[in-house]
Ligand binder design. Sequence first.
Ligand code: NAD
Length: 294
Amino acid sequence: MTHRIGFVGLGNMGGPMAANLVKAGYRVTGYDLAEDARERAAAHGVVVAGSAAEAVGDAESVVTMLPTGRQVLDAYRELTAVARGALFVDCSTIAVGDARVAADLARVAGHRAVDAPVSGGVAGAEAASLTFMVGAGDADFAAVEPVLAAMGRRVVHCGASGAGQAAKICNNMILGISMIAVGEAFALGESLGLSHQALFDVASTASGQCWALTTNCPVPGPVPTSPANRGYAAGFAAALMAKDLGLAADAATASAVPAELGRRAAELFADFAQGEAAGLDFSAIITTLRETSA
Ligand code: NAD
């Protein structure tokens, strides 16, 4: 019998992820508060339910892809009471502590639970090429692996509950800091009369090489597919980077780790992501780095 999946949160990431589960042969019943998200999912074969509770009622696996920890915990409080012996899989990026609370809520109600945040962005969600970072016991990891493999290319078992979220915020702390480093280098290069292409040609093949430079280059030209070439249309929104760096800074405080650059990156992105810049790709932070370097 076909494995039944309840999918809650059919937004930029969850929509294409649910569509890939349908393509892989799962029976997916989904729900989102937003009507346009429900309609897009329905067009890709997701059976749209009238509520989140209805979507997960007879599901064997319950996948959530929601914006923040508050929404995940609210959903878990409701959904763990209506699902029947399901495997709960949260793919949202949330705090390590919230992930552990969510898993406990599920276990106390008689379910299994894993945290499985992702890297790879909307393009990776659409192409089913995401990387999943999983926090779970061995048996739960074995159970969730085929479901995640239908939506991604790599599924990494990082440890027990919360370890997936820990890997995610550590990775994004590297990314946030390295985007600022690349932006500062271009701002400095500009003021020294260096062309963008010259700096790119050197750094992309030298020790400055990193994803923020070679894939998401913050200046137009050297990498034609980077958001800088389309007015910084996201991509990975600055507001989400600010959220992830805030989670990393909070985790650093809780663990008494200095993480000085991570904390500074969190401040810079929090300032930048206020107002209209919130929806821009995070590489647009270079615009403020030029101002402060002038
Ligand atoms: P999104 O805002 O596009 O989608 C979230 C969806 O959840 C929205 O459609 C919203 O209507 C829905 N929603 C909110 N509360 C709900 C509820 N109670 N019931 C049902 N639906 C509800 O966000 P996204 O870009 O898909 O990101 C989702 C998560 O994935 C976030 O935690 C984000 O940090 C993470 N993430 C995003 C990216 C990216 O590139 N966008 C990459 C990796 C991880």
